[in-house]
Design a protein around this ligand. Structure first.
Ligand SMILES: Nc1ncnc2c1ncn2[C@@H]1O[C@H](COP(=O)(O)OP(=O)(O)O)[C@@H](O)[C@H]1O
Ligand SMILES: [Mg+2]
Length: 269
């Protein structure tokens, strides 16, 4: 069994680019591979949209394990392919006014009731990857601007958690940042989140939220972030529940961040 599901008017646009079936898309040509492991790979593809060439991201899943299938079942309460799950996670984030990529289509292929292969295409996010933004701008930004970014990010994460959503892969390289003017004409930062195939729903465990913050903390490397900025993140997130509470939360976040970084090499940027 296989199927491809398109959002809005994308079926027509992809057909104009010669992409109609699961096979057409999964094996499309001129992909620019950007990452790959045994179970997943992501490529940039270029499609003509209204005569203009635009960039999209094609994420392909294969060799799904039983544990992936069970993970999705426990979170969504039904069997989804990896791609369909990421697709519905994007929808849930956007419904909660949280930035996530725009969906183009997803496809899934089952054999004997088990997921064999799947893919999802998303539009390239506007703005810039937070990691690249930090590398290019952070050192020369005034402290007030850095604080503005940290405070907005903390508030956005709070919003995610209030919606009962957990992002276990919350690292600076999975966040996109954009700067826009708000209704008063002031600069305002907003964020969008990527890599959502491990997202969890209906979460109200404090431990889970601390782990999300701990992963983010781990990805905010010393080269750019000092203790005061990391503290500001947690302070804002904790919504001034008092110094004692903030200290306690920060300790727990740091403890998880240290534990996590022992398991892997810290990604430098
Ligand atoms: N819609 C998108 N817009 C911009 N960048 C994207 C988009 N989708 C993926 N990427 C880039 O591709 C990388 C890999 O995608 P990701 O979903 O993280 O795959 P993986 O699960 O293999 O890590 C991301 O870290 C990001 O840099
Ligand atoms: Mg990723």
């Amino acid at each position: 069994m296989e199927r491809v599901v398109f959002a809005d008017l994308w079926k027509q646009i992809l057909a104009e680019n010669g992409l109609k079936t699961f096979r057409d898309i999964y094996h499309c040509h001129n992909k620019q591979r950007i990452n790959s492991n045994r179970k997943r790979n992501v490529s940039i593809i270029h499609l003509k949209v209204g005569g203009e060439e635009k960039r999209f991201y094609l994420k392909r899943f294969r060799h799904s394990h039983l544990k992936d299938i069970i993970f999705i079942f426990l979170n969504a309460g039904r069997f989804y392919s990896q791609a369909a799950y990421e697709w519905s996670n994007i929808k849930l984030l956007r419904k909660n006014n949280i930035g996530a990529p725009s969906r183009v289509c997803f496809g899934e292929q089952f054999r004997l009731g088990l997921e064999r292969r799947a893919f999802i295409i998303t539009e390239e996010l506007k703005g810039q990857c937070l990691k690249d933004f930090i590398v290019q701008n952070y050192e020369k930004l005034p402290v007030s601007e850095k604080e503005k970014i940290i405070v907005s990010l903390a508030n956005t994460i709070k919003k995610i958690h209030r919606a009962g959503i957990s992002l276990p892969d919350l690292y600076v390289w999975h966040i996109f940042i954009s700067k826009d003017k708000n209704v008063h004409g002031d600069d305002e930062y907003s964020f969008a989140f990527l890599d959502l195939n491990r997202m969890k729903r209906h979460v109200n465990s404090e431990n889970e939220r601390i782990k999300n913050l701990g992963r983010l903390h781990y990805s905010m490397i010393d080269k750019y972030f000092d203790d005061s900025m990391r503290r500001l993140l947690i302070e804002t997130y904790a919504e001034s529940t008092g110094k004692k509470e903030t200290d306690k939360l920060l300790r727990r976040v740091k403890r998880y961040s240290r534990k996590y970084s022992k398991r892997r090499k810290t990604k430098q940027y």
